[in-house]
Design a protein around this ligand. Structure first.
Ligand code: PHE
Ligand code: FE
Length: 297
């Protein structure tokens, strides 16, 4: 057990049997309880996404995923991934049942612990699932934690989250939008074109193709304050994707204290998910095809 490892507090009954629960809802990955169907779902999704991501995901993502040594044929063990990850960047994966209270989530990130949902979607949910599951968390998020600058960004985000939580709901909303448009749905410019790094995209076949190849969405250059004002979609593909030049750009732009930014943004209206502003650096102005008029959050 490492210095930051949480203390085991009880066992709870789940539909997969009893699992040990730690303080703040952390559980030990009940690896022996995965069935053949679970391993097959992982194998199918893993193989399919690796194929889709060729030439679409940024080189760093693919390299990081390779370096982790995730098993393609069966669900990886968190303990094995942790040996590689902790050596690389000092991050640790912790198992969770699902989404955590915001402050717990921020606190984990601030301490370089990444919560991973232990259960995997059912076969009939292969193409789409509303909640984050093991495939989204492990395949989508965890490789990025192998990249030193991104690993630092995630820790800084966690610290920023603890602070925003203390400031209030509006600050938290601004920060959540930043997470959404970078960590979950971010695009990055490489020498040979725009690629994907966002975890919500890399874990979805449909959106991996849509975000780069469809004319429907906007693709706009990264702009911190603009992103923090922009509403987003939780039920459809994004109307707008923001493109960074490098992970260093992301780190540099987010280094300053956000407190004055939150104060300034509190005076300004939010921007609908599909709007293009005159000040935007536009890579693609979306046609808006297939967009729903309401439902931006
Ligand atoms: N600099 C931000 C703040 O002061 C924290 C932060 C860093 C937020 C990185 C997001 C990403 O709140
Ligand atoms: Fe996610």
């Amino acid at each position: 057990m490492s210095a930051t490892a949480p203390r085991r507090v009880e066992n709870i009954q789940t539909d997969k049997g009893k699992v040990p629960v730690y303080a703040t809802g952390i559980i030990e990955q009940p690896w022996d309880d995965y069935g053949d169907e679970d391993h097959a779902t992982w194998a199918t999704l893993y193989a399919r996404q690796r194929e889709v991501l060729k030439g679409r995901a940024c080189d760093e993502f693919i390299a990081a995923q390779d370096a982790m040594g995730m098993t393609p044929d069966r669900i990886p063990k968190f303990a094995e991934l942790n040996e590689v990850l902790s050596k690389a960047t000092g991050w640790t994966l912790i198992g969770v049942e699902g989404l955590l209270p915001e402050l717990d989530f921020f606190d984990h990130l601030a301490n370089r612990r990444f919560p991973v949902t232990w259960w995997i979607r059912r076969p009939d949910q292969i193409d789409y699932i509303e909640e984050p599951d093991l495939f989204h968390d492990l395949f989508g998020h965890v490789p990025l934690l192998m990249i030193p600058v991104f690993a630092d960004y995630m820790e800084a985000y966690g610290r920023g989250g603890v602070k925003a939580h203390a400031i209030g709901a509006d600050a938290l909303q601004n920060l959540t939008r930043l997470y959404w448009y970078t960590v979950e749905f971010g695009l990055i410019r490489q020498k040979d074109g725009v690629r994907i790094y966002g975890s919500g995209i890399v874990s979805s076949k449909g959106e991996s193709i849509h975000c780069l190849e469809s004319d429907a969405p906007n693709r706009i250059g990264f702009d911190l304050e603009r992103i923090m004002r922009t509403r987003y979609r939780i039920d459809t593909y994004q109307k707008t994707y923001f493109v960074i030049d490098s992970f260093e750009q992301l780190m540099d732009a987010t280094r300053p204290d956000f407190t004055p930014i939150y104060e300034k943004l509190a005076q300004l209206d939010s921007i609908p998910a599909g709007t293009v502003l005159e000040t935007d650096h536009v890579f693609n102005r979306g046609t808006g095809e297939g967009w729903l008029n309401d439902g931006d959050v």
